[in-house]
Design a protein around this ligand. Structure first.
Ligand code: HEC
Length: 225
């Protein structure tokens, strides 16, 4: 009995410090675990947000700049092709040129720079240019800003959102209607242009615009890894 008690006391004495160590270790581990869970869920929330907090400021500025330059180059190439075609063969024949060349220019420029480049609108001519959910939200946001007096030209938007299940940096820039656009997107369109539009785009919604209105937007994305 005595021996047993002594043994017990000895065991108690030898255990006590290790129990103490165990308890503080558990506390440390628990604290670490909690902070890990908190950090992870915060990071997930931030990733699903439509801003760009998950990227560093430097990276998001670099990507925005790249997208801005590509949208500009795309616009210049389109205008050059369009004007060249209108001068060479007139606006009606240019509809066909546009239908082949506009997507081809976007594809080749995009592939060259590892971006996906396209144009979209709430009133589309080519059904392939239909906006997805994010693009539609941005187009509506642009329209609201314009109604409140913002100039069409400067409107742009960036976001980090999944595209086809992969994280992507997205960019949109508003496109205003200029004089040259009215021939094919305006309110008074010639008979031959109307026929050409109907031939190539039987579901066209992209007429009836006035100069200075929002025609649509350039829309670009790049996968982040
Ligand atoms: C010669 C006729 C013609 C002129 C001029 C023209 N477009 Fe278009 N536009 C088209 C055709 C055709 C398409 C469909 C292209 C395609 O198949 O991708 C189109 C498509 C678009 C789209 C893509 C969205 C959609 O509706 O499918 C935008 C944005 C656009 N045009 C803006 C403009 C702007 C801005 C101008 C003036 C700078 C302009 N267009 C001048 C014929 C024209």
């Amino acid at each position: 009995m005595f021996i047993n008690n002594k043994e017990n006391i000895e065991r108690e004495i030898t255990r006590r410090p290790s129990r103490h160590v165990n308890r503080s270790l558990t506390t440390i581990l628990l604290t670490l675990l909690i902070s890990l869970i908190v950090t992870t869920s915060w990071a997930q929330n931030e990733n699903s947000a439509e801003n760009i907090p998950s990227l560093t400021v430097a990276l998001s500025s670099a990507l925005t700049l790249e997208a801005q330059q590509l949208a500009k180059t795309h616009m210049q190439k389109l205008k050059k092709t369009l004007q060249g075609s209108i001068i060479a063969s007139g606006p009606a024949a240019s509809i066909k040129v546009c239908s082949v060349n506009a997507p081809a220019i976007a594809r080749s420029l995009g592939t060259q720079h590892d971006w996906h480049i396209a144009r979209t609108s709430t009133q589309i001519r080519n059904p392939n240019n239909q906006p997805d959910a994010w693009e539609l939200r941005v187009l509506k946001k642009f329209a609201t800003k314009i109604r409140k007096g913002a100039p069409v030209k400067g409107l742009e938007e960036t976001a980090v959102i999944n595209v086809n299940g992969k994280s992507a940096f997205r960019y949109m820039k508003a496109i205003p209607v200029g004089n040259v656009c009215l021939t094919c997107h305006g309110r008074k369109i010639s008979g031959s242009v109307t026929t050409a539009i109907n031939d190539h785009y039987p579901t066209d919604q992209a007429t009836g615009y006035r100069k200075g209105e929002l025609r649509g937007a350039f829309t670009l994305y790049k996968y982040l890894n």
